[in-house]
Design a protein around this ligand. Structure first.
Ligand code: URA
Length: 239
């Protein structure tokens, strides 16, 4: 027996969070009966239907995309804007692991494996997400210290595990700052810098753990190798 939202996410139909939304909205049937209780334990042999479609187990796929600016990180958009899914050729129902803003570039993982997505995103696994931010103004030592000590976002303390100044340009009044975080709250990096008094002009995710965009032009992608996938699990299990 397994929790319903976990079985749905593992099938590759959608993320666990999306599965929870479908369950609460009454869109999920188990053996012909609508189930709206999250966490309902279901046998692997049960027939699960979502939006009238019977769930099947898909082969898992894992992609690394160098996300360009001007593309949204969702599976579909009501306003018909280009999404990150449009950039990847696959017949599998993949979805992004976490979110990058419309104007943020860099490393984005996509998969149809709910367990993998959770493993990457869960802060307890301490998988590094490394961002390079171009800030308006010259960042102060106090601001860096505060980011490392923690700032309040959504009534929760979030810390940067590392903040490093890459470049200060007094002529144009900009700073280039590297910041490593483990969570993935909405607009987290921009909001953390705002909390200490700096506006982010440009943002790029340079790295997730050891994965970078090396060899990929903007908008290009590649599959993760089995070795890379295992290495990520090893990193997560060490925490
Ligand atoms: N933090 C942000 O503010 N934006 C992103 O796109 C990612 C992290």
């Amino acid at each position: 027996m397994e929790r319903l939202q976990k079985i749905i996410a593992n099938s590759g139909y959608c993320s666990r969070r999306k599965a929870e939304e479908f369950i609460l909205a009454g869109k999920v049937k188990v053996d012909g009966e609508i189930v709206t209780t999250l966490g309902t334990k279901v046998s692997e042999k049960s027939v699960i239907e979502i939006n009238g479609e019977v769930l099947t187990n898909e082969e898992k796929e894992y992609y690394l995309l160098n996300k360009p600016r001007g593309v949204i990180t969702t599976t579909h958009d009501d306003k018909n804007r280009k999404t990150v899914i449009d950039l990847i050729e696959t017949n599998k129902r993949i979805y992004p692991v976490g979110r990058l803003d419309y104007d943020t570039t860099g490393v984005l993982l996509l998969t149809n494996d709910g367990d993998f997505a959770n493993m990457i995103m869960h802060p307890k696994n301490e998988i590094d997400k490394v961002y390079i931010a171009k800030l308006k103004g010259i960042i102060s030592k106090e601001a860096i210290h505060t980011l490392e000590e923690g700032v309040l976002l959504d009534q929760e303390f979030v810390t940067a595990s590392r903040v490093k100044v890459r470049k200060i340009d007094t002529k144009t009044n900009h700073s280039i700052v590297e910041m490593t975080i483990h969570e993935g709250k909405n607009h987290q990096v921009k909001r953390m810098f705002e909390q200490v008094g700096y506006l982010v002009d440009k943002l790029k995710r340079e790295r997730i753990a050891f994965l970078t965009t090396e060899g990929l032009a903007s908008g290009e992608y590649r599959k993760l190798s089995n070795k890379e996938i295992s290495k990520l699990y090893v990193l997560a299990n060490k925490k």
